[in-house]
Design a protein around this ligand. Structure first.
Ligand code: PAF
Length: 270
């Protein structure tokens, strides 16, 4: 596995690759969810490149950026074991050089201001800047994203439709713990007791998916009684994350809330 520490080494690597190239962007603190993206990419492609970069532009809360887990040696070991060909580990300066203005915009940007976008203002704008930069530099044939960040997946779809129509976009199903809890780097920050409780978010989504049992308000109250504070729990239409007035075919249930200090998100496709 080659480790690329700079834009120059990335450009040299890119020139040597004649086979189709798959790209999996990450912010590190890797878990099986990320590795499932790599495995999906390996199934379809000869070469896989993974980036590890904690993108400051997508954190609306500076404390969150500071506390974001950094486990680089473990990440590299996992990627090597999974058979990745190259890892891009750029510095802030590589991604955002002084003479580079990150101001890429989507034509239809309504999705950036609802749900995740509402509670994390500017978050998707930061995601758009970093992905546009990486897609331009790496020129992948295919990219792989996890369904757990469903709204991000829809934003990526819009970036690709608008700017990189040749890139094939793949969404990989959410990896879950045995309890049903969606795997997330943030789970590392949950206490043992909180980890046990966190599975109730999945139970809520399943209750709504299977039976529409007792409805959304009842589920919010049930979680509240377990000290899980909901930010949003809603049915949405895909891809624009507008709220459906009537049942439609392409829908999901999306969730965000807090368990103690930790913000968790999850979703199910319907
Ligand atoms: O999902 C993530 O980890 C990040 O948002 C991404 C896609 C790597 C962009 O920084």
């Amino acid at each position: 596995m080659i480790i690329l520490f700079s834009n120059n080494s990335l450009a040299n690597f890119r020139q040597t690759i004649a086979e189709p190239l798959a790209f999996v962007p990450t912010m590190g603190a890797l878990h099986d969810g990320h590795l499932s993206l790599v495995r999906a990419a390996k199934q379809e492609h000869f070469k896989v490149i993974v980036s590890i970069f904690v993108n400051p532009l997508q954190f609306n809360n500076p404390e969150d950026l500071l506390k974001y887990p950094r486990t680089i040696q473990n990440d590299l070991n996992l990627l090597e074991e999974t058979g990745v060909d190259a890892v891009f580990l750029p510095s802030n300066n590589d991604v955002y050089p002084i003479d580079y203005q990150p101001n890429i915009k989507l034509k239809n940007n309504q999705i950036e201001t609802v749900f995740e976008g509402y509670f994390r203002p500017g978050h998707f704008d930061g995601v758009i800047q970093v992905l546009h930069r990486f897609f331009s530099q790496i020129q992948p044939d295919s990219v792989f994203f996890g369904q757990k960040d469903l709204q991000q997946c829809m934003v990526v779809k819009l970036i690709i439709d608008e700017y990189f129509p040749k890139i094939k976009f793949n969404i990989v199903e959410t990896s879950r713990e045995k309890s049903g809890l969606a795997m997330s780097s943030r789970n590392l920050r949950l206490s043992a007791k909180e980890l046990e409780l966190a599975k109730e978010i999945y139970t809520t989504l399943m209750n709504l998916k299977r039976f529409n049992k007792n409805g959304i308000n009842h589920e919010i109250e049930r979680l509240n009684n377990l000290n899980i504070t909901t930010e949003y729990l809603s049915y949405v239409n895909l891809p624009h994350f507008d709220v459906p007035e009537h049942p439609a075919s392409n829908q999901a249930i999306v969730y965000a809330g807090y368990l103690g200090q930790i913000r968790l998100i999850d979703n199910l496709l319907l």
